[in-house]
Design a protein around this ligand. Structure first.
Ligand code: 4AD
Length: 437
C-alpha cells in the first residue's frame, strides 16, 4: 500500500490489487466504506450497490473488523486523507475472526499495557505500535552497518553457557543433558574470546537473559544486547569513541532517513540531539553535580540510581544540549570481575556507562587482560578461580589489551521514542509473571 500511495498519480484510473485487514467499516446501506490496512498504511475501499459487481457486494457483507481480505479495483481520486480510494470490482474474504475481538487494533493504545501485551497480535496491528518495531529493526541495522564499516566482524556466540558473566544471582539455570547450565547473561566471555582468538574487532546482536525479579519500567528478563569488543586499545576511551561514533551515526540518520522520520513524527518526538563533543563526566564529579545542582545525594562509591540518572540527563541536556552523557570510572565494587582496575586508584575502574535522555543504555570499559591480575580480580570478588578456569585459560596464551561495551536495544528504542515502559519496546516481553504468549 505504501508504494501504491506513493505512486498514486501514475496508478490513477488503473486496476490495483491489495490484501490486508479490515480496519473499520462505515456502512451507509447501499454505500459501504471499508478501511483496508496493511503494514504500509491504509486505504479506503468503496462498495456501492448498483455500481460494484453483485459478487463483491456479497463478499463485503463478511468484511467485518479485522477480517483478512483481498480486493481488486480501480484507483481513483477521493477526498480522503490519502487522496485516493479503490472502487472495488472483486473481493474475497480469506479469513474472519471466530469470536468478538478482545482488543480493537485501532483503539489498542487506550487499553492498559497488560491487556495490550495479552493480545499483542492485535495490539501490534495498530500502525503506531507497528512503528516501534520498524524503528527497532532500523536501529539494529544501523548498529550492524556502523560497526561493519569500522572493520568489526559479526559473531554468533552460545546462549546456553556453563557460567554467569556479570556476577550476582541473576541467571536462569537450565539442565543440559543432566548437567547444570545457564542462559547467557551477556556474550561477555565469548566476545572477549573472539578478540583473543584473533578476530580483533567483533560485534553481536543477540538475546541475553537476566533473572531480575523486580518490576521496573526499564528491566526485562530477556532483552537484545548489541555488543562490541575491540582489541589493541590504548585506553577505555577508545571504546567510548566507538560507542559515541555509533550514537552520532544513529542521530544523524534519524534526521536524514525517511523511516525514522516517519516513526518519530507519529510519536511526536525530536530526533536525538548529540553534540560534536559528547560530555564525559567521572562518576565522582557526577556525585558533586547531583549534590550541588539538585540536592540529590548518592553515597560515595555507589552506582547512580534511576533518579540520579534522570537528573544528570537533564543537566547535560540543559548545559551541553546533549541527549547523551558518558559517566566514567565506576567503583570496583559495583563492576564485574573482568573490569580493569585503575592503576593508581584500584578502588576505581577504567569503565563507563552511557545515559541516553537520562537512562543507562550502555555499559563498557577496558578488560583485565593480564592473567595473574585477572585471577586476583576473581578472588577479590570472593569467587573461586576454579569455576572460571575455562575463561581464564583464554588469557594464558597471548591476550591483547582490549575493551568493549554492551548496548540495550530496547532501551535505545524506548528512549528514542520516549516510551514510558520498556515492555512497549519488546515484541513479546518476558517479565517475572509473563511467559506466554
Ligand atoms: O550493564 P550490563 O549488564 O553490561 C553488560 O552486559 C556487560 N557485559 C557489557 C560490557 O560489554 N561491559 O548491560 C548492558 C546494557 C545496559 O546498559 C542496558 O542498556 C541493557 O544492557 N540492560 C537491560 N535492558 C533491559 N532489561 C534489563 N534487565 C537490562 N539489563 C541491562
Amino acid at each position: 500500500m505504501g508504494d501504491l500511495i506513493k505512486d498514486k498519480d501514475s496508478l490513477l484510473g488503473k486496476e490495483v490489487s491489495l490484501c490486508g485487514w479490515v480496519d473499520r467499516v462505515r456502512d451507509h446501506g447501499k454505500l459501504r466504506f471499508i478501511m483496508l490496512r496493511d503494514r504500509t498504511g491504509q486505504i479506503q475501499l468503496v462498495v456501492k450497490q448498483g455500481e460494484t459487481p453483485e459478487e463483491a457486494v456479497k463478499a463485503s457483507n463478511e468484511a467485518r473488523d479485522e477480517a483478512v481480505i483481498c480486493v481488486k479495483g480501480t484507483l481513483r481520486k477521493a477526498p480522503t486523507k490519502e487522496g485516493v480510494e479503490v472502487a472495488v470490482r472483486e473481493m474475497s474474504v480469506l479469513n474472519r475472526p471466530v469470536e468478538p475481538l478482545p482488543l480493537l487494533p485501532r483503539d489498542s493504545l487506550s487499553a492498559i499495557l497488560d491487556t495490550r501485551l495479552k493480545f499483542r497480535w492485535l495490539d501490534v496491528r495498530n500502525p503506531k505500535v507497528t512503528k516501534v518495531f520498524l524503528l527497532q529493526a532500523w536501529v539494529a541495522q544501523k548498529f550492524r552497518e556502523y560497526f561493519s564499516s569500522k572493520g568489526f566482524v559479526e559473531i554468533f556466540t552460545p546462549k546456553i553457557v556453563g557460567a554467569g558473566t556479570e556476577g550476582g544471582a541473576e541467571v536462569f539455570p537450565v539442565i543440559y543433558f543432566g548437567k547444570p547450565a545457564f542462559l547467557a547473561q551477556s556474550p561477555q566471555f565469548y566476545k572477549q574470546f573472539s578478540v583473543i582468538a584473533g578476530l580483533e574487532r567483533v560485534f553481536e546482536v543477540g538475546p541475553v537473559f537476566r533473572a531480575e525479579p523486580h518490576h521496573t519500567t526499564r528491566h526485562l528478563t530477556e532483552y537484545h544486547s548489541m555488543d562490541i569488543e575491540v582489541g589493541f586499545i590504548q585506553s577505555y576511551y577508545d571504546v567510548i569513541s566507538f560507542v559515541e561514533g555509533f550514537v552520532k551515526h544513529l542521530a544523524e540518520a534519524m534526521r536524514k532517513e525517511e523511516l525514522p522520520q516517519r516513526v518519530l513524527q507519529e510519536y511526536n518526538v525530536e530526533p536525538l540531539e548529540i553534540p560534536g563533543e559528547v560530555p564525559k563526566i567521572p562518576l565522582r564529579k557526577a556525585y558533586e553535580i547531583l549534590d550541588s545542582e539538585f540536592k540529590k545525594h548518592i553515597p560515595y562509591g555507589e552506582d547512580l540510581d534511576s533518579e540520579g540518572e534522570k537528573l544528570l540527563g537533564q543537566y547535560v541536556k540543559e548545559r551541553f544540549k546533549s541527549d547523551l552523557v558518558f559517566v566514567t570510572e565506576y567503583p570496583w565494587k559495583v563492576r564485574p570481575f573482568y573490569t580493569m582496575r585503575k592503576e593508581d586508584e584500584p578502588d576505581w575502574t577504567y569503565s563507563f556507562d552511557g545515559l541516553l535522555r537520562g537512562l543507562e543504555i550502555v555499559t563498557g570499559g577496558q578488560r583485565e587482560h593480564r592473567y595473574e591480575r585477572l585471577v586476583e580480580n576473581v578472588k577479590d570478588k570472593g569467587m573461586n578461580p576454579k569455576n572460571f578456569e575455562f575463561y581464564l585459560n583464554f588469557f594464558k596464551h597471548g591476550a591483547p589489551p582490549h575493551g568493549g561495551a554492551g548496548l540495550g536495544l530496547e532501551r535505545i528504542t524506548m528512549q528514542s521514542l520516549k516510551l514510558e515502559n520498556i515492555r512497549e519496546a519488546r515484541l513479546l516481553p518476558r517479565d517475572p509473571e509473563t511467559l506466554l504468549p
